[in-house]
Design a protein around this ligand. Structure first.
Ligand SMILES: [Zn+2]
Ligand SMILES: [Zn+2]
Length: 359
């Protein structure tokens, strides 16, 4: 038996479809068949050379799978304590962590010193099936696996293990949302998710800022934005919506350094800026320390997430079918179309390329 994976060999090189022996899971490992994988912005940054990733590797870390084999010592319950059986639809933490190292003991399992990061590992013999751009994925010990609620469709569940869970971590870092004014910078998948979630948490105002007018219209019509604007109009909109005080919370999801610079003066005294999008090298930004001090400003970075954030993400998606997240994913395409898809990017109106390796 073999498995097929799209191997990334470097920037500008086509993905190679390679057959690997289908591993028999050992110890606590679990083998899943990949139902679907969506490509997140970080995957596209890696593919186009805006950030470094080990090669050769199997990319893709927004993955939905189906359990096909348990290792002899693998748990038959998921991270939430629910029974886990063959055939169950599952998603899992981006990083498998050891639970014992310096960072695991400091509530940062995503920074585990012995972590294994799906979709980011150089190929190793026997561990080739480490990303979502393959028809199978081998889940290793320390992976937080969650059964996906039946009512959540594949296209809604697939981005949960990066986009939705990361937004959960960002909102947690930002403290209170209810009755507050939130600014969401960037209307990609994370931005749409953040807008919808903050609205579901009873934010008073959710201002979404992006260059793309079509995305802004979608954010306003379907994902909870109460106001939208292009970056050029941002300061005016924030002033108008907050009586000149500034927003309570800003979530920077675009990664553009000018967006970080623009957000800082728009915080109210005591406000919080959470940086999430800056996951590739950029120009430095100028910060006036006095502004942070006199403004009692909190600025935090959030990278990836811990298992409980993925649990919160699934709960949010299952509880809020009114937000049409599935429509943000392009129609599923086979692995064989991958090279053409990454060259063209997601089709207009979609925020994610969606791959279904077994059609
Ligand atoms: Zn660890
Ligand atoms: Zn990602």
């Amino acid at each position: 038996m073999t498995a097929r994976a799209a191997v990334f060999r470097g920037v500008g090189l086509p993905f190679d479809l390679v057959e690997f022996p289908l591993p028999r899971p050992r110890g606590m490992q679990i083998l899943v068949e990949v139902i679907a994988c969506t490509l997140c912005g970080s995957d596209l940054h890696s593919i186009h050379g805006r950030r470094a990733v080990p090669t050769p590797s199997v990319l893709g870390h927004e993955i939905l799978g189906r359990v096909v084999a348990f290792g002899p010592e693998a748990a038959r319950v998921d991270q939430a304590g629910q029974p886990l059986a063959l055939g169950d639809r599952v998603t899992w933490s981006l990083v498998a962590s050891c639970g014992e190292c310096f960072y695991c003991c400091r509530d940062l399992p995503q920074k585990c010193e012995r972590g294994f990061k799906y979709g980011h590992e150089a190929l190793q013999p026997g561990r080739e099936l480490s990303g979502g751009l393959a028809d199978h994925c081998l889940l290793v010990a320390g992976t937080a696996i969650f059964r996906v609620p039946d009512e959540v469709p594949d296209e809604v569940a697939c981005p949960a293990s990066c986009a939705t869970a990361t937004v959960a971590a960002a909102i947690e870092a930002g403290d209170k949302v209810a009755d507050r004014a939130v600014l969401v910078l960037g209307a990609g998948m994370l931005g749409m998710t953040a807008a919808a979630w903050c609205r579901a948490l009873w934010a008073k105002d959710v201002i979404v800022c992006d260059h793309d007018a079509e995305r802004l219209a979608t954010a306003a019509a379907e994902f909870g934005a109460t106001a939208t604007c292009a970056p050029s109009g941002l300061a005016d909109v924030v002033r108008e919506r907050t009586g000149g005080r500034g927003v309570d919370l800003a979530l920077e999801l675009s990664g553009a350094p000018e967006s970080v610079t623009a957000a800082l003066p728009l915080l109210r005294t005591g406000g919080t800026l959470v940086l999430v999008g800056s996951v590739f090298p950029s120009a430095p930004i100028a910060v006036v320390p006095e502004r942070l001090v006199r403004g009692c400003v909190t600025m935090r970075g959030v990278h990836n997430y811990a298992p409980w954030h993925l649990a919160l993400g699934l709960e949010f998606l299952a509880g809020h079918p009114e937000f049409p997240f599935g429509r943000l994913v392009a129609p599923w395409r086979p692995l064989a179309d991958l090279n053409a898809l990454v060259a063209s990017g997601p089709p207009v109106g979609s925020l994610r390329i969606g791959i279904r390796p077994v059609v």
